[in-house]
Design a protein. Structure first.
Ligand SMILES: Nc1nc2c(c(=O)[nH]1)N[C@H]1C(S)=C(S)[C@@H](COP(=O)(O)O)O[C@H]1N2
Ligand SMILES: [Mo]
Length: 356
């Protein structure tokens, strides 16, 4: 069901329509350790629902010993924490693949780090008391649409163990304000370290189930596969990525960068859902040679880490790159690894710069 097209062929009107609805984070927003609301990327499969919080409830049911029905006030009276979390769409980098999977055509901007406010998922599940037969927990959003020929609500599951242990929260706030409609008002799931699709927005039902969820977004979407008819492997946690704040100034149409020769500090941020960032390297010669960047702070253990690198820029045309390595030894490839859905492409960023 995923069509592909040649990478050199321009994006279609359908891809443009998706790209206009689902905005990316402008890379200059890498300046902020917490992405201002409105600059965080957005991805919504169907329509943004309008929710009346006076009648909205979160229903917790299925294979639980104590079913719960909670208003937003009920949730806000529970233990409240703030979780800075870096979120990246699993399709980030898709438009760099050849052939290009036809879907939301992200380059590298499907990212953001927000400080989410909410209550721990685990304590709510403990209160509901999962039955021994519960192997997964399903999270259902209010938004509906058609995908793969099937009418569906947006919903995704986690194993019961992940739901209890991943440090997930049910969030009603972002950066100190209530969730805006586009980020899931009134409630969303936030699972640190996982790709974006896991973080179900407009959440209204949590169901404990006794078999792996077979819905579209789990069994068909978000799987790494080469061909349509193979089962593939599920997309789960984010692989490492470093991004650079584009230095200098852009040319309007091409966004090629222009800056003066001499000393510059290159800066950026790096993250991984599979271990903390232990190394960032920079190349200023088109990935021929690499040197270590200096690592800085992260706004939290599940959020991106700052890095910086002093660069003596000589006049001419340069290609700048950066690459991250995490504590589990995962790093970034120089070239994309292709898959049909265009997921998890963490090939290194390349920035073309004219030094004057
Ligand atoms: N209910 C619902 N939740 C959803 C989605 C959706 O379409 N519907 N999109 C998912 C995907 S693919 C991503 S990448 C993130 C994006 O979250 P954001 O728009 O708040 O950045 O939300 C996830 N949660
Ligand atoms: Mo996504």
């Amino acid at each position: 069901m995923t069509a592909t097209t040649s990478a050199t062929e321009g994006i279609s009107t359908e891809e443009l329509q998706l790209a206009l609805r689902n905005s990316g984070m402008p890379l200059e927003a890498l300046r902020w350790s917490i992405t201002p609301v409105g600059l965080h990327y957005l991805l919504t499969h169907y329509d943004i629902p309008a929710v009346d919080v006076a009648t909205w409830r979160l229903e917790v049911g299925g294979l639980v010993k104590r079913a719960l029905s909670l208003s937003l006030d009920d949730l806000q009276r529970r233990e409240t924490i703030e979780l800075p979390s870096t979120m990246e769409c699993a399709g980030n980098g898709r438009a760099r693949l050849d052939p290009r999977p036809v879907s939301q055509p992200w380059l590298t901007e499907a990212i953001g780090t927000a400080a989410w406010t909410g209550t721990p998922l685990a304590s709510l599940l403990e209160e509901a008391d999962l039955d021994e037969s519960a192997v997964e927990v399903l999270f259902t959003g209010l938004d509906r649409g058609v995908e793969g020929g099937t009418s569906q609500a947006y919903e995704r599951s986690l194993t019961a163990a992940e739901a209890l242990e991943a440090g997930a929260i049910l969030a009603w706030g972002v950066n100190g304000v209530p969730l805006p409609p586009q980020h899931g008002y009134p409630l969303r799931l936030v699972v640190p370290g996982w790709y974006g699709m896991t973080n179900v927005k407009w959440l209204h039902r949590i169901t404990a189930i006794d078999a792996p969820f077979e819905g579209y977004q789990q069994a068909h979407g978000y799987r790494i596969r080469q061909e349509e008819d193979e089962p593939g492997t599920p997309v789960t946690r984010m692989v490492p990525r470093a991004l650079m704040l584009p230095p200098g100034v852009p040319e309007f149409l091409t966004r090629r960068r222009f800056l003066e020769s001499g000393s510059h500090v290159l800066e950026g941020r790096a993250w991984s859902g599979r271990g903390e960032i232990v190394r960032v390297e920079v190349s200023v010669d088109g990935c021929s040679t690499w040197a270590d960047a200096v690592l800085g702070d992260a706004p939290g253990p599940h959020a991106w880490r700052a890095w910086s690198f002093e660069w003596q820029a000589d006049p001419g045309e340069q290609v700048l790159s950066c690459r991250a390595t995490d504590s589990a030894g995962n790093t970034q490839p120089l070239e994309p690894e292709w898959n049909l859905g265009g997921y998890s492409n963490n090939a290194v960023q390349r920035l073309s710069v004219t030094v004057e």
